[in-house]
Design a binder for this molecule. Structure first.
Ligand SMILES: Nc1ncnc2c1ncn2[C@@H]1O[C@H](COP(=O)(O)OP(=O)(O)OP(=O)(O)O)[C@@H](O)[C@H]1O
Length: 278
């Protein structure tokens, strides 16, 4: 479960509880009064104009930032009160796709994707097949040995996505994960996120890509100037389609070009699946 209670974030200020005498600073808050709960296994779109605070919300969910006010609870852990060591362990259960990819430049595509499994102590013989399968699924079978600098922006984004999902995290946060992908690749990524969610991962995706919302209607958190807009921040309907109403009651049919059922993402075919640390 993911719970924000009265959360405020002010960049440049010490996190709540990090030192005595903290008065709050003079800069305006980037995030203000965020209160919402996302249940375990949910799928949520995070929307809002540029600068609204979407990346900041995802960083709080990833536990790389602590709130300056209020409380963030991630997978049962209250982040403000958690010890550094516990936060490090918690982060291993969270997959993240960053807007700027953050691939390790000296590692090949294969080794970047393999990293979370190696950190989890998986044997080389097992991880080799899993990494190869996922890289093939995202269309990079021939690029396993390429360094990030030898890949296009879209290819780097696909490596970043594969790295985020390979360990089947309990929580996946993705920041504009289709920003560098063409329409077909974006649909394939969506299929991967849906399969991961279907086997239990809580998924939160920040996006400006309206087509994705129409294809996969799900609850929406909408931010404007650091605040949630809409009732309690959770809207049950996706953005309206031009000339149509794709709401939750009438999910959009998969348009032509969507992956067929037999093209299920690798995550869906794993039997006996358990989330990292579950
Ligand atoms: N490290 C930082 N230090 C200071 N201010 C920051 C920092 N990161 C973000 N901000 C500010 O916080 C505000 C929200 O930024 P954020 O990146 O969360 O928005 P966003 O909705 O993700 O935007 P975009 O859609 O353009 O990525 C912006 O005004 C930004 O300048």
């Amino acid at each position: 479960m993911l719970r924000f209670t009265g959360v405020g974030l002010r960049y440049g200020a010490p996190a709540r509880g990090s030192g005595p005498g903290f008065a709050g600073g003079a800069a305006p808050e980037t995030l203000r009064d965020l209160t919402f709960t996302l249940s375990e296994g949910s799928f949520t779109w995070l929307l809002g104009p540029s600068g609204a605070g979407k990346t900041s919300v995802l960083r709080l969910m990833q536990c790389v930032l602590r709130p300056t006010r209020g409380e963030v609870e991630v997978l049962g852990v209250a982040v403000s009160r958690a010890r550094r060591r516990d936060l490090a362990l918690l982060r291993r259960r969270i997959g993240a796709v960053h807007q700027d990819f953050r691939l390790l430049p000296h590692l090949s595509a294969f080794d970047n994707v393999a990293l979370p499994l190696r950190l989890a102590g998986r044997s080389e013989s097992v991880l080799r097949a899993e990494v190869a399968e996922l890289l093939a699924w995202v269309g990079l079978a021939g690029k396993q040995h390429a360094l990030p600098a030898e890949l296009s922006g879209g290819e780097q984004q696909r490596v970043a996505i594969a790295r985020a999902v390979i360990a089947r995290p309990a929580l996946l946060v993705a920041d504009e994960p289709t920003g560098n992908l063409d329409a077909a690749q974006a649909r394939r990524l969506l299929a991967l996120l849906i399969e991961l969610n279907r086997i239990g991962t809580t998924v939160v995706v920040a996006t400006h890509n309206e087509e994705l919302l129409l294809r996969h209607p799900a609850p929406v958190l909408r931010l404007e100037a650091g605040r949630l807009v809409g009732a309690a921040g959770a809207e049950p309907r996706p953005a309206e389609a031009p000339g149509g109403e794709p709401g939750r009651d009438a999910p959009a049919p998969a348009p032509a070009g969507a992956p067929p059922d037999d093209a299920r993402a690798p995550a869906a075919r794993v039997s006996g699946f358990r989330h990292a640390g579950a």
